[in-house]
Design a protein around this ligand. Sequence first.
Ligand code: NAP
Length: 251
Amino acid sequence: MQQSLDGKVALVTGAARGIGRAIALRLAHEGAKIAAHGTKGAADTVQAIEKAGGKAISLDADLATIAGVGHLAAAFRSLSGRSAPDILVNNAGIQTDPRDTPGRIVEADFDRLIAVNVKAPLFLVQQFLADFPQGGRIVNLSSRLSLVGFPEQLVYSATKAAINSLTKSLAKELGPRGITVNAVGPGLIETDMTRARFFAKDESRAIAASFTALKRTGQPDDIADIVAFLAGEDSRWITGSYFDASGGATL
Ligand SMILES: NC(=O)c1ccc[n+]([C@@H]2O[C@H](COP(=O)([O-])OP(=O)(O)OC[C@H]3O[C@@H](n4cnc5c(N)ncnc54)[C@H](OP(=O)(O)O)[C@@H]3O)[C@@H](O)[C@H]2O)c1
C-alpha cells in the first residue's frame, strides 16, 4: 500500500521519549524515513520503528547551544545523505518549574529556556533554510500556555508565545517555496515533563481530565496524529497557523 509520506525524510527533535517519540513512530508509520534526535540519541525509538518495518537513524545533540544545533544539522547531513529534511519537527523542549515564576526565575533558567525552546528551533531552521525542498513541512511544538497568562510557568509560556510568532514569520519567508510552517499547541499531555506533577495520583489525573471538554487526559499519540496531518500533502493550504491540541481546554 502506498503510504502518504513514502520517500520523505523527517527530522524529529526530542524523539527519544514523550511526544517526540510518538511523532517519530507515527511519521514512520506513514512511510517517512526518520532522523530521531535525543540528547543521547534515540536508539529505542529507532529500534521500535525498525521493528515495525520502518527506517530510522539516531542523532544526538545538546540543543542548549548553537554549537549543538550545528552538530545536529551536520550529523543529519552526513548520516541521511540529504542536505535538508522534507519534514522538520521542532519538538525538543524543557520546563524548569517550580522555579519558573516571577519571584523565583533566575537568569540561568531564563537563558536555558530560551536556548532550548526558542533559539534551537530557529537556528535549526536556519541551518536548512537554503536547502528545504519545495513542498517541505516545518511543525513547531508550541503550548496552550502560549495563549494565556500563567505565572506558574512564566518564561516557559513566553518561549512558546515566541514559537507562535516565529511560526508566522517563517511561514511568510518560506511560503513562496511551497513550504508550510505551523505550530501545534498541546494542552496537558502525559509525559515525563508532566507525569510527576499532574499524573502521579488518580486524583490529580482526574483534575487534569476535568480541564478538557473531552474529559480525558491527553496522550502523546493525540499530538502525533495532528503532526502527521500537518506533515502530509493534505495540509498544503495551511501555513502560519496555531493548532490548539488541548482537547478543548481553552474553550
Ligand atoms: N507534555 C505536555 O503536557 C506538553 C504540553 C504543551 C507542550 N509540550 C511541548 O511538547 C514538546 C515535547 O514535550 P514532552 O512532554 O514530550 O517532553 P519530555 O517527555 O520531557 O521530552 C522532552 C524531549 O526534549 C529533549 N530535550 C530536552 N532538553 C534538551 C536539550 N538540551 N537538547 C536537546 N534535546 C533536549 C529530550 O531529550 P532526551 O530524551 O535526550 O532527554 C526529550 O526527548 C516540548 O516542546 C514541550 O514544551 C508538552
